[in-house]
Design a protein around this ligand. Sequence first.
Ligand code: SAH
Ligand code: SF4
Ligand code: F3S
Length: 441
Amino acid sequence: MSKTYFIQTFGCQMNEHDSEVMAGLLEEKGFLPARTKNEADLVLFNTCSIRDNADKRFFGTLGQLKNKKLEKGDDLIVCCTGCMMQQQRVIDSIKSKYPWVDVVLGTHNIHELPDLLDNLYRERQKQLSVWQDGGEIIEGLPVRRLFEHKSYVNITFGCNNFCTYCIVPYTRGRERSRKPSDIVKEVEGLVADGVKEIMLLGQNVNSYKGDPEGPVADFPDLVKRLNEVEGLERIRFMTSHPKDLSDKLIDCFRTCDKLCHNFHLPVQSGSDRILKRMNRRYDSRKYLDLVRKLREACPDISISTDIIVGFPGETEEDFEDTLKLCREADYDSAFTFLYSIRKGTPAAEYEDQVPEDVKHERFNRLCDEINETSAYKNSLYVGREVEVLCDGPAKRVRGKMSGRTGTFKLVKFKGGSELTGKLVKVRITSSNTFSLEGELI
Ligand code: SAH
Ligand code: SF4
Ligand code: F3S
């Protein structure tokens, strides 16, 4: 009988996609997906380290598996990978507190998973394989996609920006770009396999480096090239760093018909003093200027952002600058985070950390402000006809399907599962803060 696997993913799209690759590798070895963690012969945790609560959640979940592992022994294999496994302090605490973990591997070498498992089954010995640095990009790994009709496509790995609060440059290594020809080949293959929408992934897609001599030298060139792929319907990308967002990319919204009218542009703070301390290398004026240009090029574009509240040294005045910027940027939505100390980053050493109660109070005020704008922006859709790529049955509502507009609005509507993967027209009948309701046309 085949063995079964279960992957639990924490963190961002990079991790979600890595999990799809590891699922592909496991299935190539004959593993079958298990329905639940409890039934699986192999449990893999793909971890995230972006904030302290991500760390805590992982250790909590891992701890819950201890008794089962001790009872089942070699019949239950436990693997840990992802960004936490790129840090020595984590590896040390796994070795000392969770010595029953079978396999540990880093973010740069997920392709080694099959070999590590072979060794494990053969030699009955724990396997650790952690690389601190990124090597060559490995092409052609199998992928088990979560959705048939849409897919993530990595274009860059790692990050060179070293924002002072952020752990990613340490866990994902220096930035590396895939070759344009490899990306185009992958996208063409995906489209032949039924994919309609792709999401190009990178910590900072704007700094993608193609072939300086060839037709695809930079990110806008790549978007233009992919816009020509026949049969592809929608192109999305994330994330963009404001310091590298060029007029050439903004212009793609005028010329590339497949480019979705949506832009995620993390601002982090509205205070120029704090932006400087964060090493973001833009100020609020430059940022708002980009927002204005994007809206000029694409009037119905939706814009979202990431904001950190309570970065060291943030005063009430700095925070009010953030509220003011949010009003001016008129966001469709925002991911808001409480600043979390990450050991090994410069900001962790800053002495003027903001007290927890002050952070929480500001966080709540910011969420109220953002939610109010989101609800208003969504209400403007009522009565409009939109195109939705149907993802499947809506969560927690019977008889309804859900999908996204090009502007990334979540839409729920009555319909059957035969609509999954189809582009459908929907008239919006009502709205709330986080989604829209509508009827099929
Ligand atoms: N590469 C992307 C985002 C990476 S992490 C970018 O630069 O936009 C996603 C978000 O997590 C960041 O945008 C930031 O808002 C948040 N984040 C990162 N480190 C954090 C920390 N130490 N505390 C709180 N939020 C953090
Ligand atoms: Fe982190 Fe900054 Fe890189 Fe984004 S750009 S991953 S926030 S260091
Ligand atoms: Fe987390 Fe790593 Fe992504 S730290 S947010 S999984 S790049």
